[in-house]
Design a protein around this ligand. Structure first.
Ligand SMILES: [Cu+2]
Length: 581
């Protein structure tokens, strides 16, 4: 037997080299060089902002490192563990053509250069990375944020502030109106919009972590009042609320009264009868804040959670049965259904009470409309993230903001400034402009009807005022707002019926390329429980569009949506807010 003693932890590659290298005697000389190939960016692509440069490398013994080169000069330090990648700030390179390459080195010192890849650097500016407005003060840490049918944002704070510190923010006037809920502390709740535009809030917080309440509250934007309605059977802390196609609300998961005491039985709320019904046949132990999505067949997908990777299942509410979709848990800290039945998730989910570990940048897509769907790994984010938030945009892309490179919930040093944008066409990420304020645990992001994104909050981790409590918000204007004149909706109906056509008047009918419907968002803890994106069929006429409303409530559960018309450059109108019934 052979023994080697090391006084430090070894990398995976070193362990591999150790296994294949004999102890003592004459070492076999390794003359086999490694292989290496650049995998990103793609040859011929145009790059800007911060770019992930990545390579694959392999060797008969082991890879000691991969050194990336820009025009033959070292780019960053040698990457010594897979995946081999560096982030390149292209703003330090002259605009024009450049050559990227990489050299892989094995433990015996053999080296191999990759094939060169030519790319073009273009200037970084608002038309390709968007623009953040300066942060502005908020009177609360926006732990929960909901876009109301009025176009205003309802938000509330965390910890002891969670009930009585609720506010409505008016984006037009930048004014705040107090709308206190003095009945329930709404920290750690689940919330979703009802078909009539009121907001249902399920569960809440008493004084201790992991202890939920059975309360259900409804906010009425017309009266600016909170009403406590029938209570759930189970207390819930960190549950998810989901609007079902039949207008009822599904609530899943949440802790009852201790760490790990999960409310395993989902409950369904009927607004007409003010009755909660337990789905006793569908009990399932799900971690915090499951990411639930109503699918085109009406079932509800549990795609991820805020706390941990899970086996992916679908719930049939009618038969109270769960079916496994993908038995292999793959992680995702934030997720969104970017097209009906198609979900993307990225980054790390985590229980912030646990010791910190590095975040992941991994990204997966699931297409439930395919036979035997399983998660497919796609291009990773440029930055690893935990506590980031995905937001659907009217051009069909997915915006990610905030989060940190470790799972530390509040350390501003780990916060990721740059946002990223995901294309559902190329399934790749592009780095966007950087926010100013650390937005980690308890931060939020919400698409506004004008096509900008409100990013707010972060902090409230230990309950007391703390430097990490972010009493501010900042607003992001995506690149599409710097690409020419916006199309305009001059009139649209206030309501639409499933399967019917509606007339949307616009002087820009001839240049409209897509029409999209996005449900008003309800966000907390890195997950938007309401947002969903739906492209709508349309026919252009003179001065108007005839737009086809969604065929069924499975595609778009009843309630309020933003209707955007988008031109051929991807430039969206300001939304018309439409009630779908
Ligand atoms: Cu929390």
């Amino acid at each position: 037997d052979e023994v080697r003693i090391y006084n430090r932890a070894l990398t995976a590659a070193e362990i591999q080299a150790d296994i294949v290298t004999p102890v003592g005697g004459t070492p076999q000389s390794d003359t086999t060089p490694p292989t290496v190939a650049l995998t990103a960016p793609a040859a011929g692509s145009t790059v800007f902002s911060l770019v992930r440069v990545a390579a694959t490398a392999s060797d008969n013994v082991g890879i000691a490192g991969v050194q990336f080169l820009l025009d033959g000069a070292p780019l960053g330090t040698e990457a010594t563990s897979a995946p081999y990648a560096v982030v390149w700030d292209t703003r330090s390179a002259a605009p024009g053509s450049h050559v990227l390459s990489a050299v892989a080195r094995d433990f015996a010192g053999n080296t191999t250069p990759s094939a060169p890849v030519s790319i073009t650097v273009t200037a970084t500016g608002p038309s390709n990375v968007g623009q953040w407005a300066a942060p502005f003060a908020w009177p609360i840490v926006a732990v929960n944020a909901v876009l109301l049918r009025t176009g205003e944002v309802l938000a509330w704070d965390g910890q002891t502030y969670g009930g009585h510190d609720a506010r409505i923010w008016n984006p037009t006037t930048n004014t705040f109106t107090a709308v206190p809920n003095n009945q329930t502390n709404m920290f750690c709740v689940g919330q979703c919009a009802l078909p009539d535009g009121r907001i249902l809030v399920a569960g809440g917080h008493i004084t201790d972590a992991h202890v939920g309440v059975t309360d259900t509250n409804i906010f009425d934007p017309a009266a600016s009042t909170w009403t406590k309605v029938a209570s759930m059977s189970y207390a819930r802390w960190y549950p998810t609320a989901t609007m079902l196609p039949d207008g009822r609300v599904l609530v899943t998961a949440g802790e009852i009264n201790c760490n790990g005491c999960v409310a395993v039985t989902p409950e369904v709320y009927n607004l007409q009868t003010n009755v909660w019904t337990q789905l006793s046949g569908a009990s399932l132990n799900l971690p915090y804040y499951p990411h639930m999505f109503v699918l085109p067949d009406g079932r509800v997908l549990a795609a991820a959670t805020a706390e941990d990777a899970i086996v992916t299942r679908v719930l049939d509410v009618v038969t109270q049965t769960w079916s496994i979709v993908d038995p292999v848990p793959v992680d995702g800290g934030s997720s969104a259904m970017y097209l009906p039945g198609k979900v993307m998730k990225s980054g790390t989910s985590f229980d912030p009470d646990m010791p910190s570990v590095p975040s992941a940048a991994t990204t997966y897509v699931l297409d439930i409309t395919q036979p035997s769907p399983i998660w497919q790994q796609t291009d990773p984010m440029t930055f690893p993230r935990t506590y980031h938030t995905q937001t659907l945009l009217p051009d069909g892309t997915v915006f990610v903001s905030g989060g940190g490179v470790t799972t530390d919930p509040v350390d501003p040093r780990v916060a990721v400034g740059p946002a990223e944008l995901w294309s559902p066409v190329t399934e790749t990420w592009t780095t966007m402009a950087s926010l100013s304020v650390p937005r980690l645990y308890h931060s939020t992001a919400l698409l506004l009807p004008d096509g900008r994104v409100l990013v707010a909050g972060g902090g409230r981790f230990f309950g007391q005022p703390d430097p990490s409590d972010q009493l501010s918000a900042e607003i992001y204007s995506p690149p599409y707002l710097f690409k020419g004149a916006r199309p305009a909706i001059t009139s649209a109906p206030a309501t639409a019926t499933y399967g019917a056509s509606i007339i949307v008047e616009t002087p820009d009918a001839a240049r409209i390329a897509t029409v999209s419907l996005i449900r008003l968002g309800s966000v907390t803890h890195a997950f938007n429980m309401d947002q969903r994106f739906l492209p709508l069929g349309f026919a252009a006429g003179g001065g108007s569009l005839s737009v086809q409303a969604p065929a069924s409530a499975n595609l778009a559960p009843p309630g309020y949506y933003m209707l955007f018309i988008v031109d051929a450059n991807g430039v969206p109108s300001v939304a018309a807010i439409l009630k779908l019934q």
